[in-house]
Design a protein around this ligand. Structure first.
Ligand code: ADP
Ligand code: MG
Ligand code: MG
Length: 512
């Protein structure tokens, strides 16, 4: 069982006066430094929510959470290998095809995405470069059997599209350092700036985008170039995105524009012949900007596609000469089914030939089972129905709130056609150490047991084969880097850790 007190005297106790002092400083620092989100509609009047005049501090923890130094180091050390693995998976369509075709039979969203890819493939791709801004998510797994064993990280999932919170993770580590430095935490506590490293996610992710932008080259016919960010209308986590834009403009002199999928047909067109993606900003309709890179912060789930027009928009972007972050095939490579297949013996080794590398990657895997009609799948079906208590069931979806837990699994499976079970994977629940902290959201406090989830970002730019060679293996890795980390902390009771979904918070690591 879980040690209910992994760090028994943590967090430090505060008097009422100390708490108010800490809170005031936390909120003021957050708002002064853009560690912020737009407030939920339920929180403010309709008028104020529509004109974007208000922000609130991002949901954060009052204290940085204790986190094993060796676990952070391990996650960071393996990130470039993960980047390469998923880039190589994306580039190997023979390997992907069988899995995605089977998935497509039971999952309309996967099928639709795959159709976009195949349509563009039939016509031929005009851009060999792809950008991945990935995030590999982990929980610490405490091996219960051996109390002296070092804690290790187990992977929750690998995100290949719209990996968010990079900028806020940089800002929250700066917040906790500031609070430590200014004396808002008791001086005899273990919270010291030297134990709270700043996550470089914001500068590193921006650098990744800037490298892609530069690699695209100059625009045709004297056009200037820019990055186009595909956004969800009404995005609440906007400042996380804005920081990337400010960083790109101020440090890299790269212009960015924001546009939603429904606006793509109105504001963009493809140049005939080259298929350069030309964007005309509404505020300067006679200007023609050539898009170097399309950065998706939307489009990861079916809710982002209201109808055929939005699918046509995604297809236009995919057909274009712009570098995609990510391409459709890379988005598909991030499916949870792919994660499960990679966990099968020998699969990672097909992509990462160096045994030291593949075994380091494999060392972070948790047990994941298929629910198809293979022998392994049939055995897992039995587990899911009869012994579900240590499992989570996952569909091929992103963004939080989609999983089914423990005792809910059998009833859920029985409520859907058995022919659809293969669209899910069954994963062992990781048992992270029990910690205590306080989450502050819209000024309200929630104290108690929490669990943390570490995300490690990666940036990779690679070149696929051209013409007939497309999809037959990655040709060249142009850039590959680890790009900082994120710690999200949620209440122990809530199954899902989504910060945006209203359960979790952003946190900083306190190295122990
Ligand atoms: P999504 O793509 O929707 O974010 P995840 O696989 O990250 O899907 O699952 C959502 C959340 O569910 C995670 O943030 C984590 O809190 C919880 N979760 C997922 N898998 C596991 C697991 N194997 N063990 C414990 N918790 C998990
Ligand atoms: Mg995800
Ligand atoms: Mg997740």
């Amino acid at each position: 069982m879980m040690a209910a007190e992994a760090y028994p005297s943590y967090p430090p106790e505060l008097s009422q006066t100390q708490l108010s002092y800490l809170l005031q400083n936390l909120m003021d620092y957050s708002l002064s430094h853009g560690l912020a989100v737009r407030p939920a509609e339920s929180f403010i009047s309709k008028e104020l929510s529509s004109n974007g005049a208000l922000a609130t501090h991002a949901p954060v923890t009052l204290f940085p959470s204790p986190f094993s130094r060796s676990c952070l180091e391990e996650g960071r050390a393996v990130q470039k290998d993960y980047n390469e693995l998923y880039a190589r998976v994306s580039g190997n369509e023979e390997w992907l095809e069988k899995i995605i075709v089977e998935l497509s039979e039971v999952d309309d969203f996967m099928a639709r995405l795959y159709k976009v890819h195949l349509d563009v493939k039939a016509e031929g791709f005009v851009q060999p470069l792809s950008l991945g801004l990935f995030r590999s998510d982990y929980m610490i797994h405490n091996p219960a059997e051996d109390p002296n064993a070092l804690p290790v990280i187990h992977q929750v999932e690998f995100n290949t599209i719209s990996s968010s919170f990079g900028a806020l993770s940089t800002r929250v580590s700066e917040l906790h350092r500031h609070l430590a430095r200014m004396g808002a935490y008791p001086s005899d506590s273990i919270i010291k700036t030297e134990n709270i490293p700043v996550s470089p996610a914001l500068p590193e992710l921006a650098k990744g985008l800037a490298v892609a932008h530069k690699a695209y080259g100059s625009g045709g016919e004297g056009r200037s170039t820019a990055i186009l960010i595909i956004i969800q209308p009404g995005e609440k986590n906007i400042f996380d995105q804005r920081w990337l834009e400010y960083e790109l403009l101020e440090r890299h002199s790269v212009q960015t524009y924001r546009i939603s999928l429904p606006d793509v047909p109105k504001l963009t067109k493809l140049a005939s012949g080259t298929r350069a993606l030309i964007y005309s900003p509404p505020q300067a309709p006679n200007t023609q900007i050539e898009v170097s890179t399309v950065y998706f912060r939307a489009g990861y789930g079916p809710e982002d596609y209201a109808g055929e027009d939005d699918w046509a928009a995604r297809t236009t972007l995919e057909r274009s000469k712009a570098i995609k972050c990510p391409s459709v095939i890379t988005q598909l490579a991030g499916a949870k089914k792919i994660q499960q297949v990679l966990a099968v013996d020998g699969a990672v080794e097909e992509f990462l030939a160096d045994r030291n590398v593949s075994s380091r990657v494999r060392g972070t895997f948790a047990a994941i089972h298929p629910l198809d009609q293979s022998p392994a799948g049939m055995a897992a079906r039995k587990l899911a129905l009869e012994k579900p208590d240590t499992y989570v069931l996952k569909p091929q979806r992103e963004g939080g709130g989609n999983n089914i837990y423990r005792g809910d699994i059998p009833g859920f499976l029985k409520s859907i056609p058995e022919s659809h079970w293969s669209g899910y994977i069954l994963m062992e629940l990781i048992q992270p150490p029990a910690l205590e902290n306080t989450i502050i959201r819209n000024g309200g406090l929630m104290s108690g047991g929490v669990v943390g989830e570490l995300g490690v970002y990666g940036a990779i730019l690679w070149k696929d084969g051209e013409g007939e060679e497309r999809g037959k293996g990655l040709k060249e890795i142009v850039m590959n880097s680890e790009a900082g980390w994120l710690l999200r902390t949620k209440g122990r009771q809530s199954n899902e850790g989504g910060v945006a979904a209203g359960f979790g918070s952003v946190d900083a690591v306190l190295l122990v």
